[in-house]
Write a protein that binds this ligand. Structure first.
Ligand code: PXP
Length: 261
């Protein structure tokens, strides 16, 4: 079974448009769980433009019943301290996904470049895996959001990551350009790149995750890849939720991720 991580940053973006209290991120998380999400993902950005420290604290304190909190963050000292403190206090987050972060970007643009900064990454990963004497017992699963390339996978393994989340943006763009026709353009090649990187991650003892720009049209081929354990999806689910409600939008995505047989 593939797990779905639902990214609820956009719910907080809407709330921050009025600096108010609604829509509530915690309520969004509960609706996503009722729809079948097994992971709730939030990106605590340096500028706190959507998710706030208070959101992460409440989610960490509240999510239960096997639902995991995945904290996306930059590999900075500030963020590592926050993750360790939350983990000690609440036993969550259960997972940290390290992402690159630029202030002006609309969303995470590229993958993390692990090649060349492996020594620094190794220290960060080791601190997070150590967990600082966490209540939940042990440290967090640490995932690297990277491009689907052998060089990045090998570097992630050397840095000690538990998992690689492969950037599916290039696949999604190729899918849109070909209208979903695998006989046209580079969509087949882009899917193969993700598949091959996933297989390489497995061979090096890491878990295979994927995410970014996945939607109701393009998700099936990615969900069908060998060994993929988690998909992380935000924008398309929250967009659909505007019309159908979040629970139903998540349930529909979970249904599409199930094997076709
Ligand atoms: N995975 C990571 C690491 C991300 O940064 C994001 C975007 O916040 C996603 C998945 C979800 O991407 P999307 O919103 O395009 O589904």
């Amino acid at each position: 079974m593939i797990h779905l991580g639902v990214n609820i940053d956009h719910v907080a973006t809407l709330r921050q448009a009025r600096r108010g209290h609604e829509p509530d991120a915690l309520q969004a998380a509960h609706e996503a769980v009722l729809g079948g999400a097994s992971i709730i993902t939030v990106h605590l950005r340096e500028d706190r433009r959507h998710i706030t420290d208070g959101d992460v604290e409440r989610l960490a304190a509240t999510l239960s019943g096997g639902v995991r909190l995945n904290l996306e963050m930059a590999a900075t000292d500030e963020m590592v301290k926050i993750a360790l403190r939350l983990r000690r206090a609440h036993g969550a987050p259960q997972m940290v996904t390290l992402v690159p972060e630029k202030r002006q970007e609309l969303t995470t643009e590229g993958g993390l470049n692990v090649v060349g900064v492996e020594a620094r990454m190794k220290t960060v990963v080791a601190r997070l895996k150590g967990g600082g004497g966490a209540k939940g017992g042990g440290g967090m699963t640490v995932s690297a959001f990277i491009e689907a390339s052998d060089r990045q996978v090998a570097a992630a393994a050397r840095a000690g990551f538990d998992a690689c989340e492969f950037h599916t943006g290039p696949y999604a763009h190729a899918f849109a350009a070909s209208g979903g026709d695998f006989g046209l353009g580079s969509v087949g090649a882009e899917l193969d790149r993700v598949a091959n990187a996933g297989a390489a991650a497995w061979e090096l003892g890491m878990r295979f995750h994927a995410g970014h720009a996945l939607n109701y049209q393009n998700v099936r081929p990615v969900a069908a890849l060998d060994g993929v354990a988690e998909l992380h999806i935000g924008h398309s689910i929250v967009s659909r939720a505007v019309f159908t409600g979040l629970r139903s939008a998540v349930a529909e995505m979970v249904r599409l991720m199930e094997p076709a047989w």
